[in-house]
Design a protein around this ligand. Structure first.
Ligand SMILES: Cc1cc2nc3c(=O)[nH]c(=O)nc-3n(C[C@H](O)[C@H](O)[C@H](O)COP(=O)(O)OP(=O)(O)OC[C@H]3O[C@@H](n4cnc5c(N)ncnc54)[C@H](O)[C@@H]3O)c2cc1C
Length: 429
């Protein structure tokens, strides 16, 4: 029996069987076979969700053989559902295209990423699901259903939590390939919080990290440039030093040290925020948006009305000090444009995101539950792929189209072929 674990080592499963379909028709057959055997079906992407959303106790679908570009129509590219984001530069580059925006990493599959509401940062940009123009869904009753912008279920299907069926392909609205000019520097946290909306709203892409127990924020500002702009990439040695040695190797030592001797964490965090220097570079978008994360952690991230971010951060800082917690991982703060997608964490409001992390060898629950109370008091919505403690009753109050989504689920999957314990918790039985 296969033992599956997610990246954050917070979830695991022993599926009854694992299948690797190589065509959409195979997916339909796998679903029919599973139903005959009374088993639930769950496709898994790269296993990068921290929640149990991808846990497959019955039939686990490995979508890896369904990969690559299926069709191109102007900027619209149809990708097979198992395509990983890290494949996109090679697939889209020759077409002169790129994703409009990206999150921190490129390990995910296009289906897994859109199904959980994966997003990057940028006040004028939505998450990935906002760029989806159509999907094909293998349904519980054996159809391959095309759902495009004109379909009544479009705003359910492009961010469907894996609850509606198995995506076999996805059509993405891409943009002409572009470069990003990046400026990264430390700044005083209090000044940044006082001017948060202007700071986050002005550049194309703005985010910052804040190490608890310090008064410094590490800001990242990215400006979009055409492809013919001059590249000034980080040198190989500098990239290795900052992104590999400091962010992965040294950071892993620091996290290990912090676990063994938590009292050292405030001093280590202050040192880390001093050591992080100013750097500026220009490169193709994917190389700037994403980095490799090899220090395992667990994460909770909430979407909040953008304007409350400073108040929420101040409350979190006060809570950490009051409780005497020692937190080695920085908080990450981002922004996104509103959208109309029913279960999008940015549905109907300009959104500020605050993410908290904990090293995977530390227990995250007390910290996450404490911070979640603050998030909930500010009408926060949890990222579907990151740890949270809410259920269908509390989530329903946060999403005006929640019941519409559940109605589509009832129509497409009345027997709950695609359910699992996480979906039962967040959507109901
Ligand atoms: C180090 C790290 C960094 C991250 N950075 C960000 C970030 O910057 N921004 C952000 O928003 N999130 C981020 N995440 C979260 C991550 O983007 C999401 O959890 C995403 O869903 C993971 O994609 P995946 O391919 O691993 O999907 P999985 O976790 O494997 O699956 C997620 C869901 O998608 C479903 N699914 C997968 N394939 C299909 C299919 N073919 N049809 C239907 N359903 C399907 C699964 O069943 C499951 O419900 C990060 C996670 C990690 C571990």
């Amino acid at each position: 029996m296969t033992h599956w674990q997610n990246w954050g080592r917070s979830e695991s499963a022993r599926p009854v069987r694992v299948t690797r379909p190589s065509t959409p028709d195979d997916v339909v057959t796998v679903i029919a076979d599973a139903r005959r055997d009374g088993l639930a079906v769950k496709p898994v992407g790269a296993g990068h969700s921290f929640t149990g959303i991808a846990v497959a106790p019955g039939v686990q679908l490995d979508m890896g053989a369904l990969s690559g570009v299926l069709a191109v129509d102007g900027n619209r590219v149809t990708l097979a559902a198992g395509t990983h984001l890290h494949q996109l530069p090679a697939l889209l580059g020759p077409l002169g295209l790129a994703l409009q925006n990206m999150g921190d990493i490129d390990a995910q599959t296009i289906s897994g990423a859109t199904s959980t509401g994966t997003h990057g940062t940028g006040a004028a940009f939505t998450g990935l699901a906002g760029q989806i123009r159509a999907v094909t869904l293998a349904t519980a009753d054996g159809r391959l259903l095309r759902i495009d912008e004109h379909h009544e279920w479009f705003d359910a299907a492009r961010l469907g939590l894996g609850a509606l069926g198995v995506l076999t392909d996805i059509t993405v609205e891409c943009v002409p390939a572009f470069k990003l000019s990046a400026v990264e520097k430390p700044e005083p946290l209090s000044e940044l919080l006082d001017t948060w909306l202007e700071r986050a709203g002005a550049p194309d892409h703005f985010e910052f990290y804040w190490f608890p127990h310090t008064t410094t924020a590490l800001t990242k500002t990215n400006t979009r440039l055409p492809m013919d702009a001059e590249s000034r990439p980080l040198g190989t040695a500098k990239r290795w030093l900052d992104d590999e040695f400091m962010s992965n190797t040294v950071f892993r030592w620091v996290c290990g040290l912090g676990t063994a001797a938590p009292s050292l964490i405030p001093r280590v965090n202050r040192l880390a925020s001093h050591l992080t220097g100013h750097r500026a570079f220009t490169d193709i978008s994917t190389s700037v948006f994403t980095t490799e994360r090899r220090v395992r952690f667990r994460e909770m991230e909430y979407a909040l009305p953008a304007e409350v971010v400073p108040d929420v951060l101040r409350e979190i800082s006060a809570l950490i000090e009051r409780k005497g917690w020692r937190i080695s991982f920085p908080l990450e703060i981002r922004i996104a444009a509103p959208d109309d997608i029913w279960l999008s964490t940015a549905h109907g409001r300009r959104t500020g995101y605050i993410a908290v992390h904990r090293y995977f060898k530390e227990d995250q629950h007390e910290y996450f539950r404490g911070v979640e109370e603050i998030f909930r008091a500010y009408e926060g919505r949890p990222h579907w792929g990151k740890i949270h403690y809410q259920d269908a009753d509390s989530l329903r109050k946060r999403y005006s189209r929640f019941d519409d989504f559940v109605a589509v689920r009832d129509a497409l999957d009345p027997d709950r072929v695609f359910s699992n314990p996480y979906l039962e918790r967040v959507l109901g039985l």
